[in-house]
Design a protein around this ligand. Structure first.
Ligand SMILES: NC(=O)C1=CN([C@@H]2O[C@H](COP(=O)(O)OP(=O)(O)OC[C@H]3O[C@@H](n4cnc5c(N)ncnc54)[C@H](OP(=O)(O)O)[C@@H]3O)[C@@H](O)[C@H]2O)C=CC1
Ligand SMILES: O=C(O)[C@@H]1CCC=N1
Length: 264
């Protein structure tokens, strides 16, 4: 596969890391105005670092646009004449609908919205996918790429906005929970690095329990909360402070912010 990533910032460079780790390409072009984030990859076999988006598009079959929503339109317009019917165009831009991409490059092109997260750099992304009509024939190709970098779910485009919040922004939400646990551990007397290690491994164990057991979180909670014990005391104190409600409100606020991004 000949892949180009246009925009190698936070997410583009994370995807590049994941692809390079998996060696899942015959050619990988990494294009950015400022290529400093991917300089480390320039010695990698079959990887080309460039600031020439057109060159990256012409040399590739699969073009992934990892640009901010405010930048993607200009770049799409610049390279539109170079995008052929056989190209697979992938976009990760939050709030930037397929219809807007089609209005620039045409609805006769293979277009797939991809919503991964930064865990893609270590092959642990939850990636949601949604294609236009023409792109339906390439959804298995996209699944094959991103299933090597985590797990995938094909959803209607109407749900990509929610997936952005749960899966992409979700990394930051879970990191904040880990940080808060670390702060609590420090307050209870652990050194910062010890607190971090305790919080991270417990978080990893919790997620692994759910993935491997298939059980519901509350089933796992019931296995921890000894009657009149410390766990239920802590959980109820958190809920009295609005823990679950605060998380849900944050998720909804993040979703609503994308509506504003869409208008830009
Ligand atoms: N970060 C995340 O976890 C996720 C991000 N997304 C989406 O991915 C997209 C990128 O986000 P993120 O990686 O965080 O943003 P970044 O700003 O970190 O990366 C975007 C990159 O695009 C570069 N760029 C800007 N204009 C051009 C151009 N004309 N040609 C080539 N490169 C250009 C930027 O360079 P410069 O800095 O010089 O402007 C920057 O390096 C966004 O649309 C976001 O909504 C989706 C899921 C998760
Ligand atoms: O915060 C953002 O807007 C982007 C989309 C999801 C993660 N980062």
């Amino acid at each position: 596969m000949k892949i180009a990533i246009i925009g190698t910032g936070n997410l583009g460079s994370s995807i590049a890391k994941g692809l390079i780790k998996n060696k899942s390409f015959t050619s990988l072009y990494l294009s950015d105005k400022n290529t400093s984030a991917v300089k480390t990859f320039e010695e990698e076999p079959h990887v080309t670092i460039t600031s020439d988006n057109a060159k990256a598009v012409e040399a590739s079959d699969i073009v992934l646009f990892a640009l901010q929503p405010r930048h993607i339109e200009g770049v799409l317009k610049d390279v539109a004449p170079l995008i052929k019917a056989d190209h697979v165009v992938l976009s990760v831009a939050a709030g930037y609908e397929i219809s807007r991409i089609e209005s620039i490059i045409g609805s006769d092109k293979n277009i797939i919205r991809v919503m991964p997260n930064t865990a893609i750099s270590i092959g642990k992304s939850m990636t949601c996918l949604s294609a236009n009509d023409k792109g339906q024939g390439k959804i298995e190709l996209a699944k094959n790429i991103f299933n090597q970098l985590g797990t995938t779910m094909v959803i209607p485009e109407e749900q990509i906005q929610a997936a952005t919040v749960i899966c992409a922004s979700g990394i930051a939400f879970w990191m904040r929970l880990v940080r808060a646990t670390t702060q609590g551990a420090i307050q209870l007397g652990f050194e910062a690095h010890e607190a971090h290690d305790l919080a991270v491994q417990t978080c990893f164990g919790s997620a692994s329990l759910l993935i491997e057991s298939g059980r519901h979180p509350e089933q796992e909670i019931d296995r921890v909360t000894t009657p009149s014990g410390c766990t239920i005391e802590g959980l109820n104190a958190m809920e009295h402070q609005g823990l679950s409600s605060a998380l849900i409100q944050g998720i909804v606020s993040s979703f609503e912010k994308i509506n504003q991004i869409k208008k830009n």
